[in-house]
Ligand binder design. Structure first.
Ligand SMILES: *[C@@H]1O[C@H](CO)[C@@H](O)[C@H](O)[C@H]1NC(C)=O
Length: 84
């Protein structure tokens, strides 16, 4: 009886370890649409509120989707950024 109980405890620990390994190490990369929707990377989005409900892991993708009819993206150097 004691041996059986020990076996059950060991098996339970093993299952918990396997589930942890499967759910973290072998997780497929996830695409996160920044802001939550297709064009939701914009000044109106509350990104703090959005990020609270997201879990990020190494290897995940971040998609910055914006409506190019309304917004644009410029690459600037540090000086241009400071003077902006
Ligand atoms: C954005 O969301 C956070 C967390 O829910 C909240 O504390 C904050 O007040 C919100 N900001 C705006 C501008 O609504």
């Amino acid at each position: 009886m004691k041996g059986l109980r020990k076996g059950v405890v060991l098996l339970t620990i093993l299952v918990v370890i396997i589930i942890n390994v499967l759910s973290t190490e072998c997780r497929n990369p996830v695409l996160h649409r920044v802001g939550g929707g297709r064009f939701s990377w914009n000044p109106k989005s509350n990104l703090t509120d959005w990020s609270i409900h997201e879990q990020f892991y190494v290897g995940d993708w971040l998609y910055f989707g914006f409506d190019k009819r309304i917004y644009n993206v410029l690459e600037v150097n540090e000086m241009s950024y400071e003077n902006c």
